[in-house]
Write a protein that binds this ligand. Structure first.
Ligand SMILES: [Zn+2]
Ligand SMILES: [Zn+2]
Ligand SMILES: [Zn+2]
Length: 88
C-alpha cells in the first residue's frame, strides 16, 4: 500500500463547500447525520461513515473523487479513499 496520496494534484484548494453546514442529501431525505465531509475535488458536502446514509462515501462511489476533508469547526484533516490515508 502506498504511504503517500497520489491524488494531491487533483485537490482543488479553491473548492468551496456547496452547503456550509448540512448534508443536502440527508436534508432532502429528512434524515440526520453525525458529522460532515467535503469533497476536495468539487466541494460536494456529504455525511461521514458514522452517519446512517454515508453520503460522502456515496459521492466517492458515484464520482470517483478520491479525497475528502473534514467539514467540522476546529478540525482539519483529509482522507483519500484510494490509499486509505489520512493526513493534515
Ligand atoms: Zn490518494
Ligand atoms: Zn447525508
Ligand atoms: Zn466531488
Amino acid at each position: 500500500m502506498a504511504d503517500t496520496c497520489l491524488h494531491l494534484d487533483q485537490i482543488n484548494e479553491g473548492a468551496v463547500a456547496t452547503s456550509p453546514d448540512q448534508c443536502p442529501a440527508c436534508v432532502a431525505l429528512g434524515d440526520e447525520w453525525v458529522s460532515l465531509r467535503m469533497c476536495c475535488i468539487c466541494g460536494n458536502v456529504g455525511c461521514c461513515d458514522s452517519s446512517k446514509n454515508k453520503h460522502a462515501t456515496a459521492h466517492y462511489n458515484e464520482t470517483g473523487d478520491p479525497v475528502i476533508k473534514v467539514h467540522e469547526p476546529g478540525q482539519n484533516w483529509k482522507w483519500c479513499y484510494v490509499e486509505e490515508l489520512t493526513w493534515e
